[in-house]
Write a protein that binds this ligand. Structure first.
Ligand SMILES: CC(C)(COP(=O)(O)OP(=O)(O)OC[C@H]1O[C@@H](n2cnc3c(N)ncnc32)[C@H](O)[C@@H]1OP(=O)(O)O)[C@@H](O)C(=O)NCCC(=O)NCCS
Length: 140
């Protein structure tokens, strides 16, 4: 069997609630209803997801991408990202956005491998002690 990457459906809700631990169950449900999750399945089982939103209501923003630790470095993350990128281009996007914490070099490096460039840093005061680095990718 091969890796299958699709837009997640209600059938993935329990798995996403268990694995997308940064957000509430209600937010998972909301994103599913908006088709804002891409999911990767290996041999019929979910192994990773990408969750996005729309900055300014129009610029695709990759909020979170996560691959199960035992499935990392096998191309699952890139497959999720490329599926999402193609969908966003098909929907008319000309710019993609994402972000990562300044003290997390691995995700930052990974985003740059996928064509993102640093566009600035924002401090969030008490909400997060380290700066958040924003990255953009030309999708035109
Ligand atoms: C970042 C993450 C999604 C990458 O997923 P992945 O499936 O391991 O990545 P891939 O295997 O598709 O990566 C493809 C390429 O990037 C490389 N790569 C993987 N992780 C990397 C990293 N942390 N830094 C630099 N390069 C990396 C791989 O070696 C591979 O290169 P190759 O084709 O030359 O061998 C995964 O490591 C993860 O879930 N991390 C924890 C959550 C996280 O930090 N998310 C990002 C911020 S929201």
């Amino acid at each position: 069997m091969t890796l299958v990457v699709t837009i997640a459906t209600a059938a993935h809700q329990d798995w996403l609630v268990a694995h997308d631990t940064e957000v509430t169950d209600a937010w998972v449900q909301r994103c599913l209803l908006q088709s804002e999750y891409v999911i990767a399945e290996w041999q019929g089982h979910p192994v990773g997801f990408l969750r996005y939103s729309l900055f300014w209501g129009k610029i695709p923003f990759m909020d979170m991408i996560r691959v199960r630790p035992e499935h990392r470095r096998r191309g699952v993350g890139v497959a999720l990202f490329q599926h999402w990128e193609a969908l966003m281009r098909d929907n008319g996007a000309t710019l993609l956005m994402t972000s990562a914490q300044a003290d997390e070099p691995a995700p930052l490096a990974w985003h740059k491998r996928n064509g993102f460039s640093e566009a600035g840093a924002v401090q969030f005061g008490a909400l997060q002690t380290v700066a958040e680095i924003f990255l953009v990718k030309d999708a035109s």
